[in-house]
Design a protein around this ligand. Structure first.
Ligand code: TA6
Length: 274
């Protein structure tokens, strides 16, 4: 039994560390999310799978000071402020405010809130309020691990024609000329300036996962491939059972929040029969 705090209901499983949704089962019984069988559940250790929340920066420490990759929000306990379940859906709201620990990493006052609703779809709304006297720059992302039967057989459509940074090829900027994203090895792409709806076609589970967003202009598509997965001790060969389609505002879509201002973005994930 780990030392973390959890909300577990019929449809939803959520760890208060990171306000991290680890399981979501829709009304039709479809399980949406991947969770690595090797992930650790320990204080301060990111969970591999589900929907990690990335804030206040995406990727490695932008200042190169050795601060945690993808920021600190997924590593610290959030406060569960509401939870409710009825016949149609399960809803939860969690909050994170700055404290000595966060300010030692990132010297700003803020309040973050995550609202989760699981019913016929899974919907998450992530807001950041600047409670400081000065503006700050930040990035936010739902780092969603979508469960698939075998990533090699899957494709992602909706991003054709958009520009992306190819992190698997040294970060070059490319315009995506292909009709779909396919997975023959490592794929690590950050698309910016797009509000596209993305569809993951998964023949193995005979379903399509449809990812829609509100106020999110970045989509990250990630599959580590064999070599990178072998270097991730909390993943291994389970990497074929997910594709990350991540939604938020990162990289060129990083934003500045004025004192007292609030940024909100949302993602909705539904299932269509194939
Ligand atoms: O979102 C894609 C990515 O930035 C990849 O480059 C890879 O690093 C992945 O996130 C996983 O990051 P994590 O820190 O969770 O191992």
């Amino acid at each position: 039994m780990d030392s973390l705090a959890w909300l577990r209901t019929k449809r939803l499983e959520l760890c208060t560390q990171g306000a991290h949704v680890t399981r979501a089962q829709l009304g039709n019984g479809e399980d949406l999310l991947f969770l690595s069988p090797r992930t650790r559940f320990a204080e301060g250790v990111p969970i591999r799978g589900g929907i990690p929340l990335v804030f206040p920066w995406f990727g490695d420490d932008p200042e190169g000071r050795g601060r945690p990759a993808h920021g600190f929000a997924r590593r610290v306990p959030w406060r569960l402020v509401e939870s409710a379940e009825d016949a149609a859906s399960t809803r939860a709201v969690l909050e994170l405010e700055d404290d000595d620990g966060t300010r030692a990493l990132w010297p700003h006052r803020f309040r973050a809130q995550l609202e989760v609703r699981c019913g016929e779809r899974l919907d998450l709304r992530f807001s950041i309020e600047n409670r400081d006297a000065a503006p700050f720059r930040c990035e936010v992302l739902f780092h969603t691990y979508l469960r698939v039967r075998g990533v090699d057989a899957c494709t992602v459509s909706g991003l054709s024609g958009a520009r992306y940074r190819d992190k698997a090829k040294g970060g070059v900027l490319v315009t995506d000329e292909a009709p779909v994203v396919a997975f023959g090895g490592e794929v690590d792409r950050t698309y910016c300036g797009t509000t596209a709806t993305c569809t993951v076609d998964d023949p193995g589970f005979r379903r399509r996962l449809v990812v829609t967003t509100q106020n999110a202009r970045s989509t990250v598509v990630w599959s580590p491939g064999t070599e990178k997965a072998e270097r991730l001790s909390d993943l291994g060969d389970a990497w074929r059972q997910f594709v990350c389609v991540e939604s938020g505002n990162v990289d060129a879509d990083t934003f500045v929040l004025a004192p007292g201002a609030r940024h909100e973005c949302a993602v909705g994930i539904g299932v269509e029969a194939r």
